[in-house]
Design a protein around this ligand. Structure first.
Ligand SMILES: Cc1cc2nc3c(=O)[nH]c(=O)nc-3n(C[C@H](O)[C@H](O)[C@H](O)COP(=O)(O)OP(=O)(O)OC[C@H]3O[C@@H](n4cnc5c(N)ncnc54)[C@H](O)[C@@H]3O)c2cc1C
Length: 467
């Protein structure tokens, strides 16, 4: 079979480019199918959970959604317990958060979904520890992939360049019968494919120019005037500033402020706190005024939604796959990337193990694509409506209008109606499919139900025993 993954005798050696969350989880799955798996990583892994150069987003807030937790636990049983043990806080929605969206405060009714809010380096550290404990998986650190070996019909390995080895050391080829690109948002796979005569994937882009600025804080002593764990002020087309405060391990909080192109949050400490005055309510600025900063402010600007259509026909080699951010990356405001990396690894596992179908490259790539579709529909669907959205996929189509109309009714009702709110949160948490928003009780409440009352001021206390 020309397009079968690996060789006729099965995959002997699989190489994964990028040792971050998507790469580690793909390696975990491939270890069940290949004789050995090598992860090629540009960085050297830190011994402790620390930010590293290859993952610059690691200093920013990272929530692990319910759907991601479930997938992670399937792949690495016990990992959710590890997160808890290492102090990653659990936040229940809507109970624990003072949340504002489109002019309304959410009622703080009992939680229907729970997120982990531990730092990104902690999550990666715990995943890496478990994955690299598998003797079938090894990592080549401090080494960069700089191309593919093979031709347009089949990939035969990866061209490697040791970092800091100087110009005299020639690149070497690491032979493989399966190569997985998990090198993140900045993947060079399109150029690598073109260099071996294959067709790069078409890219879909929606870019709102959103910029993040994040700083670590210790809460002030005078901050115990409520029972909330954080704040979440969500941007929308009329009010484009965002603000989030969430707890991380060690009793500290990460605070992120965001704004669109031309209104980017500053990375100077005083200006950062002043920028919080642009939010639609002073509640977050007041929290900051009582808190103690514990780090510099870190900025991040590359926030576009980018999807590479490897699932579409084209002259592409057998034995090459893309996953994680290298396949599909999202506006980070929706907190999806790590969860999609885990859900994609489960999809890879299922596609490789499907007894009914030969796992051809195209079939497996399509399964990976499908695993990111819901997150894309949420993120790209919302971003299309933001002012100044640009890119090849930014245009709204007439068919988008009824969906946008229905979603607006859902958003109007979610803050005050527990039925609609619960369905909305589960879908956003990648825990239930988007079609669950059309289940009869949700449909009824959305089409015919009233917009229920919501708190007039930021709810600093949870509603005990609320419906
Ligand atoms: C500001 C921000 C906030 C975010 N917040 C959230 C959130 O709240 N929740 C969430 O789930 N997700 C969030 N994400 C997304 C999340 O960070 C990623 O989806 C997640 O890290 C998985 O990405 P990945 O493993 O595919 O790639 P990355 O984490 O980007 O890792 C790519 C890896 O490949 C390595 N690499 C790159 N090129 C090469 C090469 N040529 N050779 C060898 N190695 C290479 C890099 O060093 C790195 O280790 C956020 C992203 C950003 C930017």
């Amino acid at each position: 079979m020309a397009d079968q993954l690996g060789t006729r005798r099965g995959t002997r050696h699989a190489v994964v480019i990028g040792g971050s969350i998507a790469g580690l989880l793909a390696a975990r799955v491939l270890a069940e199918h290949a004789e050995r798996v090598t992860i090629v990583e540009r960085d050297r892994f830190p011994v402790e959970p620390e930010p590293r150069a290859g993952v610059p987003q690691g200093r920013h807030l990272h929530v692990m959604l319910t759907g991601g937790q479930r997938a992670l636990e399937e792949l690495l049983p016990g990992i959710v317990g590890d997160l808890r043990e290492h102090g990653a806080p659990v936040v229940g929605m809507p109970e624990d958060i003072v949340q504002w969206q489109q002019g309304r405060w959410y009622r703080r009714t009992p939680a229907t979904v729970h997120f982990f809010t531990g730092t990104r380096p902690l999550v990666e550290h715990l995943v890496r520890r478990r994955v690299l404990a598998d003797p079938r998986i090894s990592a080549v650190e401090g080494t960069e992939a700089s191309g593919l070996a093979g031709d347009a019909t089949r990939v035969r390995g990866v061209v490697l360049r040791e970092r800091g080895a100087g110009r005299n050391k020639p690149p070497r080829v690491l032979e493989a019968d399966l190569v997985v690109d998990a090198s993140g948002r900045g993947s060079h796979a399109s150029e690598w494919l073109a260099a071996i005569g294959a067709e790069p994937p078409r890219e879909e882009v929606i870019d709102t120019g959103l910029a993040y600025a994040t700083r670590l804080y210790r809460p002030g002593r005078a901050q115990d005037d409520g029972d909330f764990k954080g704040h979440y002020l969500i941007p929308n087309p009329e009010q484009t500033y965002g603000g989030v405060v969430l707890p991380v391990e060690g009793g500290r909080y990460l605070v992120t402020l965001s704004g669109l192109r031309g209104e980017e949050p500053p990375t100077d400490g005083d200006a950062f706190e002043k920028y919080a005055e642009r939010l639609p309510h002073p509640v977050l600025r007041d929290w900051l005024a009582k808190a103690e900063p514990e780090s510099a402010v870190h900025g991040f600007r590359a926030s576009s939604n980018v999807r590479r259509r490897y699932d579409r026909p084209g002259l592409r080699p057998a034995g090459f796959l893309a996953t994680g951010d290298a396949l599909c990356t999202f506006n980070p405001v929706y907190g999806q990337g790590m969860s999609v990396a885990a859900i994609s690894a489960v999809a890879l596992r299922d596609a490789l193990a499907d007894p009914r179908r030969t796992p051809t490259t195209r079939r497996v790539q399509r399964a990976l694509f499908a695993a990111s579709r819901q997150a894309w529909d949420i993120s790209a669907g919302a971003d299309k409506n933001m002012p100044g959205a640009e890119g090849s996929a930014a245009r709204t189509r007439p068919a988008d209008r009824p969906v946008a109309w229905y979603l607006k009714r859902i958003q109007d009702r979610a803050p005050g109606d527990p039925v609609v709110g619960s369905a909305f949160r589960s879908a956003l948490a990648l825990s239930t499919p988007l079609t669950s928003l059309f289940a009869p009780p949700v449909l009824r409440a959305t089409l015919f139900g009233p917009v229920r009352g919501t708190p007039a001021a930021p709810p600093l206390h949870r509603e005990s025993g609320a419906e």
